[in-house]
Design a protein around this ligand. Structure first.
Ligand SMILES: [Zn+2]
Length: 445
């Protein structure tokens, strides 16, 4: 009688020790053993992997806007999690806004859970929201299992999710620290942006000038200041301005509990290459210059940036206003969940990074950020969430073949390296319409 349900014989795999070879034995949905390839572990099912593929831990994407319920026509749990599975992502954490109601109290969290139930191809957790007036709801949301709280420091794009004033950060952080929670911040300062040039028109560089680095730099400073005063944990979402890197590094040296993420688009795209009117490239903060992009890579290399997550934030094609190509009118948000891994890998390998780096940024880092102790690694005791990845295989992004609800993406037609050949969630291969994703609760998973 075999000891394992499934055994992977991987000529290449990524563990904490780096890239090597090994057998991975899975029992009861968990990784039960990692042994040298020569050990030849046996299971009821044996998956022989060739040397053209690398076994990776399933990715954890802590920044996804699913938008259901309320704006399900933008994206939904079924389509988003199907796209995630196809892209090697086995866990997503859903953002509290753009869905209606926004996840700002326990009743809204329950509504969101009900609408997700039974639809998910991968595991799904939820962020709560921190908005003016809901300070008293945070503890309840925390106890109900959200992974932390998102706030904005400027208009979020939707009226039902208003921003906090920077002066309010202290009291929200103090509250969150009371239960060792996490506040995650969209860090752009509204006063700087109000004084910046108009965002309207078809020229990308005009749009870029309307969301200057100074807005991010100042807001990051506000967050660091408040995190330092309150000794709470804060996290900078979707960092685009490389100017903020030395400030973040120095705050961490001072013991301030602040982390940061960036996104595939800031690492792969550049302002110089965005065609006029191409609003599928619009997101906030914006994609900046190529020189800025290279400094973000340096921030990843030296550990100032902890993770790379998609900020998948689609909408209906009409809201992108490609009819007029006006960056001011278009909804801001980039659709990328399914292609995040090949986008980052293509750029990473070009700069001399390896797959263990990508795993650190896209699996281990986000899992650590949200406190998912059983995900993001190939190691005994961890969930058997796995991605079979062919790193040398080339393809061209064809949006009609992606599983996002809408095909609009800035990666349309982009040649990439790295194809996800298979994805496994808690020991089960994800294929077709199998939906055995679980709804995750902080502390349990
Ligand atoms: Zn976002």
């Amino acid at each position: 009688m075999a000891e394992f349900d499934t055994v992977f014989h991987a000529r290449r795999l990524v563990t904490e020790a780096g890239e090597g070879s090994g057998c991975v034995g899975v029992a009861g949905g968990r990784i039960a053993a990692v042994a040298p390839l020569e050990a030849g572990l046996e299971g009821r099912r044996v998956v022989e992997l060739g040397d053209d593929v690398v076994l990776l831990p399933g990715l954890v994407d802590s920044h996804v806007h699913v938008n259901e319920p309320g704006r399900t026509e933008w994206e939904g749990f079924a389509s988003a999690t199907r796209a995630a599975a196809s892209g090697g992502v086995t866990t997503i954490i859903d953002m509290p806004l753009n869905s209606i109601p926004p996840t700002v109290d326990v009743a809204a969290l329950e509504i969101k859970r009900k609408s997700a139930e039974g639809q998910c191809h991968v595991d799904v957790g939820f962020w709560g929201g921190a908005v003016p007036g809901n300070l008293g709801e945070l503890r309840g949301l925390h106890d109900a299992g959200v992974f932390g709280f998102k706030c904005f420091l400027l208009h979020s794009g939707v009226d039902e999710f208003p921003p906090l004033h920077p002066a309010d950060l202290d009291v929200y952080l103090e509250t969150v620290r009371g239960f060792d929670g996490l506040l995650i911040v969209h860090a752009e300062d509204s006063t700087v942006i109000e004084q910046a040039p108009s965002c309207h028109g078809a020229h990308y560089l005009d749009f870029l000038a309307s969301r200057p680095r100074a807005a991010e730099n100042l807001a990051v400073g506000h967050v660091i200041g408040a995190a330092g005063r309150t000794r709470a944990r804060a996290h900078i979402l979707h960092l685009s301005s490389s100017d903020a890197l030395p400030v973040l590094a120095s705050a961490r040296r001072d013991g301030i509990r602040v982390t940061a993420e960036t996104c595939p688009h800031y690492l792969a795209l550049s302002a110089e290459e965005v065609p006029d009117g191409a609003t599928q490239f619009k997101c906030c903060p914006p994609v900046r210059e190529a020189a800025n992009r290279e400094l973000l890579w340096r921030g990843l290399a030296d550990g100032t940036i902890d993770c790379v997550v998609s900020d998948h934030s689609p909408c209906t094609p009409e809201l992108k206003r490609l009819d007029v190509g006006d960056f001011g009118l278009a909804w801001g948000g980039i659709s990328s969940l399914e292609v995040g891994l090949p986008v980052v890998w293509t750029e990473a390998r070009r700069r001399g990074f390896g797959l263990p780096d990508v795993v650190r940024w896209m699996a281990e880092g986000p899992a650590r950020l949200v406190g998912l102790r059983g995900k993001g690694r190939i190691a005994p005791g961890y969930d058997a969430d796995l991605c079979v990845f062919a790193p040398d295989e080339a393809f061209v992004v064809d949006p009609r073949r992606l599983h996002h609800k809408h095909p609009l993406t800035p990666y349309d037609g982009r040649p990439l390296r790295g194809v996800v050949r298979g994805t496994w969630l808690r020991g089960q291969e994800l294929a077709g319409d199998r939906r055995h994703g679980r709804l995750l609760t902080r502390g349990e998973a």
